[in-house]
Ligand binder design. Structure first.
Ligand SMILES: Cc1cc2nc3c(=O)[nH]c(=O)nc-3n(C[C@H](O)[C@H](O)[C@H](O)COP(=O)(O)OP(=O)(O)OC[C@H]3O[C@@H](n4cnc5c(N)ncnc54)[C@H](O)[C@@H]3O)c2cc1C
Length: 425
C-alpha cells in the first residue's frame, strides 16, 4: 500500500473525510496558503494533519515565536523537582524536515479576516486562504490588583505557560524557609487545565514532604469546590499530605501586596504566604482578543463546532484553549489535539470539494500525578449533536480512576510521549 492510499484509508477510517474530490477543488487545496498561528498542542497537530490528510499537497506554515515546543502537561513535575524541563521539550524539526511544514519564528499581532492577511511583530504581512488559530490562553493580570507589578518584580509567578517560569517557581519553593507556606490561587472556571492546580499542589507537597516537612501548601480556590477529580484529590490530601495541604474553597483573589506577600480576597480574610503562585482569570491568547475573534464575553472565541471556524471571522478556524467550550469540554492538550484533527480534516475536505464530516467525535484523557510516581486519570468522549449544534458527552463513556497507582504513572508517560510524537514527530 503506498502512502497516498494509506492516508486516504486512515482518514476515511477516522470518519474525518467523506465524499469525492473534484480536480478543480483539489487545485484549490494545493494553491491555498494555510497559516497556523501557534505551534503548541493544537497548532502543531493541525499543521501536521493538514499535511497528512492532503497527501502532503497543502502548503502549511506555522508562525510561532518559541524555538522549541515545551509541554505544560508534565510541567508540574518540574515544579515538584522530580523532572527537568528538557524532558518535556520537543524540537520542531520533525514538522519541518519530515512533514515539509514551513516554520516562521515570529508572533502574529493582528488577523485581518476581511483582507485575509496577518500582521507579524517583525513588521511583515502574510496573506492567507485559511488560518488555524491556536494561541492558547492569555492571563488577565488586571483581574488581580497589583499582580502585574508583583509578577514583573519576580515576587509572584504563574508558571501556567511552561518555560523559564516553571523552573523559577521550583527554585522559589526549594529556597523557601523551613516551615514556610506556598499558596496557589485558582480562578473561577473555565481556565486552562481544570485539575492542573490541584496536581500542582500535590507536587509541591510531595517536594516539601521530602525536603521541608514543616512546610505548608494552601489552595485558595475561587470555585465552590474542587473542579476536577475532587474525590480523588481530597482523599490523597487526607492520606498522603495530612496537615500539610489545606484546601479553602470560595476564595476569589482580587489583590496582591508584593511587599508584604499578602493576598486579598473579595469576601474572605487576607492570606500571607512565603511563595505566591497566583493564577488570575484567563481568556483566549491576546491575538484572538485584539483581532476581535474572542467574541464570547471578550474572553473566548465562539466557533462553529463542525469545523471550528470562528463565528466572527470567516476562514479563521480557532482551536484549543482559546475557544468557548461546549458543555463539559475541558481546556486540555488532549482536547486541543482532537480539535486540530477535526479542523484539519474539515479544511482539507472544504478545499477539495468534499462533504465535511457531519458527526465528529472527540476524546479526552487527563492524567494527574499526586506524587512523583502515582497517578489518577479522568476520561470522556464528546459527540457532535447536529440538532443542538454543540458537543455532548456520550452517556456511559470515559471514566475515573478508583485510586492513584504507579501503573497509571507508566500510562501517563506513555500518553505524553505518544501525543508529542502524534503532534510533532
Ligand atoms: C500545569 C499544567 C498542566 C497541564 N496538564 C495537562 C495534562 O496532563 N493533559 C492535558 O491534556 N492538558 C494539560 N494541560 C493543558 C494544556 O497545556 C493546554 O490545554 C494546551 O496546551 C492547549 O493547547 P493550545 O494549542 O490551545 O495552546 P498551547 O499549547 O499553549 O500553544 C499555544 C502556542 O501559541 C503560541 N502563540 C501564542 N500567541 C501567539 C501569536 N500571537 N503568534 C504566534 N504564536 C503564538 C505560543 O507560543 C504557544 O506555543 C496542562 C496545563 C498546565 C498549565
Amino acid at each position: 500500500m503506498n502512502r497516498r492510499h494509506f492516508m486516504g484509508q486512515s482518514a476515511a477510517a477516522l470518519g474525518l473525510l467523506t465524499g469525492l474530490s473534484g480536480p478543480a477543488r483539489a487545485a484549490n487545496l494545493q494553491k491555498a496558503e494555510i497559516l497556523v498561528i501557534g505551534g503548541g498542542y493544537g497548532g502543531a497537530t493541525a499543521a501536521k494533519y493538514l499535511r497528512l490528510f492532503s497527501n502532503n499537497t497543502a502548503r502549511v506554515t506555522i508562525i510561532e515565536p518559541n524555538p522549541e515546543f515545551i509541554s505544560c502537561p508534565m510541567s508540574n513535575l518540574v515544579i515538584g523537582g522530580s523532572r527537568k524541563l528538557s524532558e518535556l521539550t520537543v524540537s520542531y524539526d520533525g514538522l519541518s524536515k519530515r512533514h515539509g511544514i514551513k516554520i516562521v519564528k515570529d508572533s502574529v499581532i493582528n488577523i485581518d479576516a476581511a483582507k485575509q492577511t496577518v500582521q507579524l511583530a517583525s513588521g511583515k504581512t502574510m496573506r492567507f486562504d485559511k488560518v488555524v488559530l491556536s494561541p492558547g490562553i492569555g492571563l488577565m493580570m488586571d483581574s488581580v490588583q497589583g499582580l502585574a507589578q508583583a509578577n514583573q518584580a519576580g515576587v509572584t509567578l504563574q508558571a501556567w505557560k511552561a518555560g523559564p517560569e516553571t523552573v523559577a517557581l521550583h527554585n522559589q519553593i526549594a529556597a523557601m524557609r523551613e516551615g514556610g507556606v506556598y499558596a496557589i490561587t485558582i480562578p473561577e472556571a473555565p481556565y486552562r487545565c481544570p485539575p492542573g492546580p490541584y496536581e500542582r499542589a500535590c507536587q509541591v507537597a510531595s517536594y516539601l514532604k521530602a525536603n521541608n516537612p514543616k512546610g505548608k501548601v494552601l489552595i485558595l480556590d475561587a470555585n465552590q469546590d474542587v473542579t476536577s477529580k475532587g474525590g480523588l484529590f481530597k482523599k490523597v490530601w487526607a492520606e498522603q499530605y495530612a496537615g500539610m495541604i489545606e484546601y479553602r474553597p470560595k476564595h476569589n483573589a482580587v489583590a496582591v501586596d508584593a511587599k508584604t506577600k499578602t493576598i486579598k480576597f473579595d469576601v474572605q480574610d487576607d492570606v500571607k504566604a512565603d511563595v505566591l503562585n497566583i493564577l488570575p482569570a484567563m481568556r483566549a491568547g491576546d491575538v484572538a482578543v485584539k483581532s476581535g475573534i474572542a467574541n464570547s464575553n471578550g474572553r473566548w472565541a465562539n466557533v462553529n463546532y463542525i469545523n471550528f471556524e470562528s463565528t466572527a471571522a470567516k476562514n479563521v478556524h480557532v482551536i484549543g484553549d482559546a475557544i468557548q467550550v461546549a458543555p463539559l469540554m475541558p481546556k486540555s492538550g488532549h482536547m486541543a489535539n482532537q480539535h486540530a484533527k477535526v479542523t484539519a480534516a474539515a479544511i482539507v475536505a472544504e478545499l477539495s470539494g468534499w462533504e465535511v464530516n457531519p458527526a465528529p467525535v472527540l476524546t479526552n484523557t487527563c492524567y494527574s500525578f499526586v506524587n512523583a510516581r502515582e497517578v489518577v486519570h479522568v476520561a470522556s468522549v464528546h459527540q457532535y449533536n447536529a440538532a443542538e449544534k454543540t458537543f455532548r458527552t456520550v452517556p456511559g463513556s470515559g471514566g475515573l480512576s478508583s485510586e492513584p497507582t504507579s501503573l497509571e504513572g507508566v500510562y501517563a508517560w506513555g500518553w505524553a510521549r505518544n501525543i508529542w510524537a502524534d503532534s510533532l514527530a
